[in-house]
Design a protein around this ligand. Structure first.
Ligand code: LMR
Length: 358
C-alpha cells in the first residue's frame, strides 16, 4: 500500500451495483432451505475435500473484505487447493438479521459480524467496545482484543454454540447526515441508523437523536428514502456503500470504534481434522493481522476518494467540539454498565489503565 495513493484508491469500487432485493431474498430462502436439509453433509464431507462458506455484509474493498480474501488465498495455497473458502460479501447471502441462524443451521461456516452485533444474540458484554470515546487509538483497542480480556470474551461465545477465532479492526466511526454534526444540538430531531447495540442506541439518545436499528444492507436505501436522516460508520464502509450520494455531510467525529470477531459453528469446527483446524486457524490469524495493518490505510484511501468525488462536505472537529460531544455522551458509560456487566466493565478499565508507575 505504499505506492501512488491514486492507483490504490482506484481499487475502491466507485459504486455497488444496484441490488435486486427480491432476487436476493429468493436466493437466500433457497440456500437456507437447501442447506437446512443438507446440514449434516457438511460434517460428513470426505476427509480430502473441504469447503467453507464465509459470509459477511460489507464490500470486498474494505478491511474486512480484504482480510477474508487474504484468508481464502492463504487456505487455498497451503492446502494445495484441497480446502476451499467461498466468500459471500455485501450481504449477498445473509444480512445482519439472518446470518447467525444460517451459521447455526450449517448454511454457512464462517461469519465476521461487528462486535456491536453480539449483544442482540445474547452476549451484551461485547457492547463494551461500543462505549463512545472509550479508546484513544487502535493501540488501546488491541490492549483488549489481543489480551486476556479479549480471549475471555471469545471463549464466552461457546455458551451459544459458537467458537470465536479472532478479532479484526475496521477503525473509528464518523457521523454523517445532510447537515454537519459538530455539536450535540446538531443531532436534535434526527433519526440516526444504528447497529443493533443498546450502547450505540443510548449514545444517539444522549446526543438528542432518535436511534433506528437497521441491518447494514438496508442502510443506504433508508438514507436515500429519508427513513433515517443519518448514520455512523468508518469511511471505508461509507464510501463502498455509496452513502456519499445520499448524505451531504460527513463529520470526522471519531467517536467510537468498529471491529469484528470471526465466528464459526462450534460443532462444525470441532468436527474438523486437527491438522485442518490448525491450518485454518493459522491462515486466519495471519489474514486478520493483515486486515489490521491495512485498516487505517483503507479508511484513509476511502476518505481521499470521497474528497475527490466532491459530493459530500467533510468536516473536521476542533478539540473543543470533540470535548463537547464527549461530555454529552459520557453518561452512557454509567447508564449501560449493568447491561454490559460490572465485572466486564471493571476488567476493561483495568486493561485500559495507563501502564505508568509512580
Ligand atoms: C454496520 O452494520 O454498520 C457494520 O457493522 C457493517 C460492517 O460489518 O462493517
Amino acid at each position: 500500500l505504499k505506492g501512488d495513493p491514486r492507483i490504490i484508491a482506484s481499487m475502491l469500487p466507485p459504486a455497488l451495483p444496484p441490488v435486486n432485493q427480491r432476487r436476493r431474498w429468493l436466493h437466500r430462502v433457497a440456500v437456507s432451505a437447501a442447506s437446512a436439509l443438507a446440514a449434516p453433509a457438511v460434517l460428513a464431507q470426505p476427509a480430502r475435500g473441504l469447503t467453507l462458506r464465509f459470509s459477511h455484509v460489507v464490500a470486498d474493498e474494505t478491511p474486512k473484505g480484504l482480510a477474508v480474501l487474504r484468508f481464502q488465498s492463504l487456505v487455498a495455497q497451503r492446502s494445495g487447493g484441497r480446502i476451499q473458502v467461498l466468500t459471500y460479501p455485501d450481504g449477498q447471502l445473509y444480512g445482519d438479521h439472518d446470518e447467525m441462524a444460517a451459521l447455526q443451521l450449517g448454511a454457512v461456516e464462517m461469519l465476521a459480524p461487528s462486535l456491536s452485533k453480539f449483544g442482540r444474540i445474547g452476549f451484551p458484554e461485547f457492547e463494551l467496545f461500543d462505549l463512545p470515546f472509550l479508546f484513544g487509538n487502535l493501540a488501546d483497542v488491541r490492549r483488549i482484543t489481543q489480551g486476556p480480556l479479549g480471549q475471555r470474551l471469545l471463549q464466552g461465545l461457546g455458551r451459544h454454540g459458537l467458537s470465536g477465532l479472532g478479532y479484526l479492526d475496521n477503525g473509528f466511526k464518523q457521523m454523517s447526515a445532510n447537515r454537519p454534526l459538530l455539536a450535540p444540538s446538531d443531532f436534535a430531531g434526527l433519526r440516526m441508523r444504528v447497529q443493533a447495540s443498546r450502547v450505540i442506541a443510548a449514545q444517539m439518545r444522549a446526543l438528542g437523536a432518535q436511534p433506528v436499528s437497521l441491518p447494514f444492507s438496508e442502510t443506504r436505501r433508508a438514507l436515500a428514502s429519508g427513513v433515517v436522516h443519518g448514520t455512523e460508520n468508518p469511511v471505508s464502509n461509507f464510501w463502498t456503500q455509496r452513502m456519499h450520494e445520499v448524505q451531504s455531510d460527513l463529520s470526522l467525529t471519531e467517536h467510537g470504534y468498529l471491529g469484528y470477531a470471526v465466528v464459526v459453528n462450534r460443532r462444525f469446527w470441532l468436527s474438523l481434522q486437527p491438522a485442518d483446524r490448525e491450518l485454518l486457524g493459522q491462515a486466519l490469524r495471519e489474514a486478520l493481522r493483515y486486515g489490521d495493518q491495512i485498516a487505517d490505510a483503507q479508511n484513509t484511501l476511502a476518505l481521499a476518494a470521497l474528497r475527490r468525488a466532491g459530493s459530500t462536505r467533510i468536516h473536521t472537529l476542533s478539540a473543543l467540539q470533540r470535548t463537547r460531544l464527549r461530555e454529552a455522551v459520557e453518561p452512557v458509560h454509567e447508564a449501560l454498565e449493568r447491561r454490559i456487566g460490572l465485572g466486564w466493565m471493571q476488567a476493561m478499565r483495568e486493561a485500559l489503565k495507563p501502564a505508568t508507575t509512580g
